[in-house]
Every structure is written in C-alpha cells, then in structure tokens.
Design a protein around this ligand. Structure first.
Ligand code: ZN
Length: 279
C-alpha cells in the first residue's frame, strides 16, 4: 500500500535516473537520509523548479510504497543563495553533504545530524574567510574553509556515537603532551602505551604501528576543539596548516577503518565518558 508522507530536508545530491527523471538524495528531519524518485525533474518544465537544487531546504511530499519513494511535490523553503554564490563555501558544503551521504544509512531518522548540517550551512553562510589571509583565494583562506569540513566531519561522527578520542590516551586514559593517533584504536595513544604495545617502538612514529599518525600538542588541542566547538563559533579557532593536514589524514584513516562500506551505519562502540580539557 502506498502512503503519502511529508518531510522537510536538505537536498544532498541528485543523479540522473532516466531521460526525464532524477533520484534525489535528501537529509530530512523526519526520516533521515532518503532517496526520492523525481519523475519529470529533468524536463525543462520540471514541476519541482529549484526545490531540488543541492543544499536547498525543501518540503517534500512523496508516496512511499515498499521502500520506493516517489516525489509528488517539492516546495522550496530556503535556497541558501549565500552559499551558492561563493565557490569556496559551495564546494565545502557539498563535500560535507557527501560525508553525510557516505556515513548514514537510509531511512533512519537522525535529527541530530539534520541539526548539525543546518548549523553548518548557517555558519558557512555567515562566515567570512578565516585563516590568517584576508585576500580571497589565499592559501590561508582555503585552510579556513577546510577547517569547517574537518570540524563538521568530527562532529558528525560524534553524533553517530563514533567520535575519535582526541584528549586522552585510549590506553591509560591520561592526557599526553604529545601522542599518536591510531585509526585502529579510534583515538590517541601515548608514547608509553605505544611502546609497551609494540616493543620495540620505532623512533619516527610514522611507521611500525602501520597507520599511527604523530600529533604534537597544538594539533591535539586544535582537533579536540574542532570536535566540540559549535560550528557557528568556528571562526575563533585557528589551526596551523600542519595541524589541519594532520587532522585530514587522521580522519581519512579513521573513516577508512571504521566506516569502510559506504552507507554502512557506524555502530556505537563503548567509550569512556566525554573528557573535559583541563588547561
Ligand atoms: Zn597511554
């Protein structure tokens, strides 16, 4: 039996399905990530207008029949033009949309993820270029936008119960001055725990433990802040290019290890209580 449903959501991406139809992937408040078949959406006289543009917030009315969702109406609520007019903001937001699409399983309501994505688009929309540069197109500016993607991905993982442990060692639970990030352990490992786990420990830290990534104090503090700072306050955080690059490497390893198959829902793992940073 076909049911008529309504949901408000962000268009994450669209793909052509036939000569006249598209599949729309949307992150909705009510139903989580969903795929909608939009018949006629590729026609010049599409009945859906601009409501299916990526990053647009729209209200969808659709028929749900045994998992196949066919779009009946789409009304545009918020086009987020401030993002679409700025190439860097647009590409940052689209990359984050891809992470959401990759991390979520369809048809599981995830209102916290919906809120986080909403927060991201608002923060990006309002943000001026961060980093140390002021001229547009500078390296520092690019790094500023990359910080949004990094923080968003970290916080997305946290909301799915999958946050990397970035303030304490996953072995002894102490706060190290410097440490390695172990994708396998899902967090930091201090020098002592690492040596006892893998004697003899290599001196460089970049090999021996396979994918363990060395972190200095600045990178550790910066990444821990990126994990918990509300996205609207992210412009206050300055992360060096080196720390940012380490963060990207760390997330890459973490995602590859824990969110291996695309669309697979990460399963929450037992974690110690959230840590408070004692400065
Ligand atoms: Zn330790």
């Amino acid at each position: 039996m076909s049911r008529l449903r309504k949901a408000v959501g962000y268009v994450l991406r669209t793909q052509d399905y036939s000569e006249t139809s598209k599949i729309v992937k949307a992150l909705t408040r009510e139903a989580g990530l969903i795929s909608l078949l939009a018949k006629g959406a590729r026609r010049p006289t599409s009945p859906f207008g601009a409501a299916l543009e990526p990053l647009t917030l729209s209200e969808f009315v659709y028929y749900d029949r045994e998992g196949l969702k066919t779009l009946s109406q789409a009304s545009l609520l918020e086009p987020h033009l401030e993002l679409k007019r700025d190439y860097d903001k647009l590409t940052t937001a689209l990359r984050c949309a891809r992470v959401v699409h990759r991390a979520l399983e369809e048809d599981h309501p995830e209102e916290r993820v919906f809120r986080l994505f909403e927060e991201l688009l608002e923060a990006l929309g309002r943000a001026t270029a961060t980093g140390t540069g002021t001229a547009t197109g500078t390296r520092a500016e690019e790094e500023g936008w990359a910080l949004y993607e990094l923080a968003f991905t970290l916080q997305l993982l946290a909301r799915l119960g999958w946050a990397p442990q970035l303030e304490r060692c996953t072995g002894c639970q102490e706060t190290p001055r410097r440490a390695w990030f172990s994708p396998e352990r899902g967090g930091l490992i201090c020098e002592r725990c690492r040596s006892s786990a893998e004697a003899p420990a290599p001196a460089s830290g970049s090999s021996g433990a396979g994918s363990a990534i060395p972190l200095d104090g600045e990178a550790m503090r910066g990444l821990a802040m990126a994990l918990r700072l509300p996205l609207r306050k992210l412009s206050r955080l300055r992360l060096s290019a080196e720390a940012l690059a380490v963060g990207e490497r760390l997330l890459e390893g973490f995602l590859a290890h824990h969110v291996r198959s695309l669309g697979a829902r990460p399963r929450p793992r037992p974690r110690p209580q959230p840590q408070r940073c004692s400065k």
